[in-house]
Write a protein of this length. Structure first.
Length: 79
């Protein structure tokens, strides 16, 4: 199997969306009662945290790649 790069933003967003789905399913099944306005902040917060994780991940990878590349990042080499 080919390896792929780890994307923590998608992981964080997926965890929050899965959690919101579980809460909604539990409410629909009658296991508990959750006010509907609580799901919106959960989903939006998860997406915001996922975006922040993606930005941090990109900054770390960009810095790491710039140190590996001879001459630094952004050099317009013909190579």
């Amino acid at each position: 199997m080919l390896r792929h790069e780890f994307q923590p933003g998608k992981l964080v967003s997926g965890v929050f969306l899965t959690g919101a789905g579980v809460v909604y399913a539990g409410d629909a099944a009658g296991a508990w009662h959750v006010p509907s306005f609580l799901l919106v902040p959960m989903v939006v917060g998860g997406l915001c945290l996922g975006g922040a994780a993606a930005v941090v991940n990109r900054a770390v990878r960009k810095g790491r790649d710039a140190r590996r590349t001879p001459g630094g990042a952004g050099t317009g080499g013909t190579g």
